[in-house]
Design a protein. Sequence first.
Length: 382
Amino acid sequence: MLLVILSLGTLIVVIAAAAEGLLGMKSLKWLSDQPENPSVNLPTVSIIVAARNEEKNIREGLTSLLQLDYPNKQVIVVNDRSTDHTEDILADMASNNPELKIMTLKDLPSGWLGKNHALWTGASAATGTLLLFSDADVVMDKSVLRRAIPFFEKNKLDHLAIGPKALMPGLLLNIFMAGFGVFFNLYTRPWRVKNLKSSAHIGIGAFNMVRSEAYQKIGTHQAIAMRPDDDLKMGKLIKKNGLRQDFLLGTDLIFVEWYDSVKALIQGLMKNAFSGLDYKLSLAIAGTTAQLLFGLWPFLAIFLTTGLPQIIYLTVSVILVLVCAISAHAQGLKWMYGFGFPLACLAFCAIIWKATLRTLIRGGIDWRGTFYSLKDLKKNVV
């Protein structure tokens, strides 16, 4: 009887979450559906990119930014203490593109994460009415600004985040990405962020556009100087200050080479996994327990139970696979990756715990060759 009650409880929770998620995803708008409206007043936009040891992808990414079909743009790249050939590549590109402004940093002041300081430095030199923060490995279709900015202005937004397509090789990485999309959506609820009464917020490192006045109002990157999850926390500050925010799906127009191996993915997520939980062990325990209970156990229970509980858990598993498949499709991935949801769930829990334990044991995080103490990280509460 107890197992029946537990299985029914799991079914109710999953149906409720799935219903909100599916209806929410259906309500989201696509960047590609937004018209290129040249009749709308097009404000100046400053595109700000932080680059540290990006020799592999920076030429392609910056080329796409320079080719954006938008008349009033400024492109600022901040070379943050690079030790590879990034500086040489930027110098070569700047010689052929006078509209490209290069800033070079040699030192990192105390109290700052490298990327956040670089973005703040770039923003300090920006002249645009709008600021677009992006990453060095992001590639954009030439129509992106022509579509995004009229939408931004029409809806009188202060902040717009757009979800890109994450390009990763191999079955395992794409299965994880499909599942990660489910977790990210449940965490941020992007369909709620435009509601001023909701605390839901979002930020995307590949495309975080903010009105210059709003950026100053939230305290610039100085307010999130020590946040590894700076993109999300910028979105949180936008909502906390009563400003207008929205989100668009852009997986067919914006692309980013996320990680090229399982090892690189784990290392990359290590910096954010614990910070997203505000460095609280209790949240790590609660979050991963919920994921295992509602995301992994139903699949195991199909083989470990009989009768009514088995049927219920089978139903739950089908729902989870369906939700993950729809998430995969929204990210420009194959529907079939939805069948890997339990594997993605297990992997995500493992990454959270690896990040949590390593951060606690080492007393901080390593990011791009710099160590940041947990004591300093915890001071920057948003």
